[in-house]
Design a protein around this ligand. Sequence first.
Ligand SMILES: Cc1cc2nc3c(=O)[nH]c(=O)nc-3n(C[C@H](O)[C@H](O)[C@H](O)COP(=O)(O)OP(=O)(O)OC[C@H]3O[C@@H](n4cnc5c(N)ncnc54)[C@H](O)[C@@H]3O)c2cc1C
Length: 368
Amino acid sequence: MPSALVAGSGVFGASLADRLVARGWDVTLVDQFDPGDPRAESGGETRLLRYSHGADDFYTASAWRSRAAWSELGVLEELGAVWFARREGGWESDSERVLSAAGIPVERLDPSEAARLYPSLAVDDLAFALLEPEAGVLRASDGVRALVERAREGGLRLVRGEARPEGERVRVEGERAAGEGDRLEADHVIWACGAWLARLFPELVRLRVTSQELVLFDAGSEWAGTPGWLDFDASAYGHGLIEPYGMKVASDREGEEVEPGLRPDASAAGQTAARDYLASRFPALANAPVRTAPSCHYSLTDDGNFVFARHPEHERVWLLGGGSGHGYKHGPAMAEHAAQVLAGAAEPEPRFALGERARSRALRTAGS
Ligand SMILES: Cc1cc2nc3c(=O)[nH]c(=O)nc-3n(C[C@H](O)[C@H](O)[C@H](O)COP(=O)(O)OP(=O)(O)OC[C@H]3O[C@@H](n4cnc5c(N)ncnc54)[C@H](O)[C@@H]3O)c2cc1C
């Protein structure tokens, strides 16, 4: 039975551990935090699952492939997602074309039809809306915990500690190994350490780690069950009332570079911007109270493509990450690809390779 050691139990590491256990592998998963910890990029309240990626059919297919796994894990609220399109010929039009060609459900709505999906929606600035009826909202920490739990039932060993690369081996320090530390080995070692990946392998991985702010408002029960929403041109996105969190309004604009894992409250300016958007798009909520206003960090590659590649000097060592502000939903599809590669049944996808990349925001804009 092949063995694997996965460092990092965020969505990428936990999904991969789950897939390898399902293949009958002997898997150890190491993390400095417990699964679902909000200090990890995959932790906290919610993430959108949308299939639209503008003209990019690769990530469209990847998100669609991941849907079944999220549904099976019981963490997908299939509420649909609506794109507020301010013009023809932009991201939403490209998405409509790609989704239709792929056979993924999508509906073009008049602004007046979109207005009926929410208790209160301003549509004066919209050319049309695009509804993805089978998109929705993922419960983020719950999803990671569910993956790890399922893998544990299949035999996964979970180790709490801080991992450091030592050639092909992994040194673990922390609760498991008081004092001197422990060295672990496996047939395959996969570093899936999110924003920390660039700290562990600075010569190989370049990531911009930015602070991203969001606000969760207190909305009435009539906002429960409404679709998630995205406004590409405003770089805004969010969802209706999801208990116990609230109604989310977030910005996808890149924040300041930060140390990963700190998660301070959103700034006053960030909270004001969220309130302004809420008031202009959902006028009935103009005075909705704030429940919480947290922040989280993105781990951005230059071109928005993820990272999955073999370490150039260590045959059995792999790097996995670079979620770039849109990675959560793709966890299951990424893991299936990585598992196939590790099993020798596929070649690594070239777009995930190490090395220089052209700077672009094309894959992430409008968040999620
Ligand atoms: C505000 C916000 C909103 C987002 N919205 C969406 C969305 O709507 N849809 C979507 O698909 N994506 C979204 N994303 C992006 C998505 O959440 C990330 O791309 C994804 O979670 C990255 O997962 P990861 O496994 O790479 O990183 P992480 O979740 O950070 O996991 C890395 C893990 O590695 C561990 N680790 C690091 N270093 C070490 C070490 N030395 N030893 C042991 N353990 C270590 C960490 O503790 C952590 O648990 C959003 C992100 C943010 C911040």
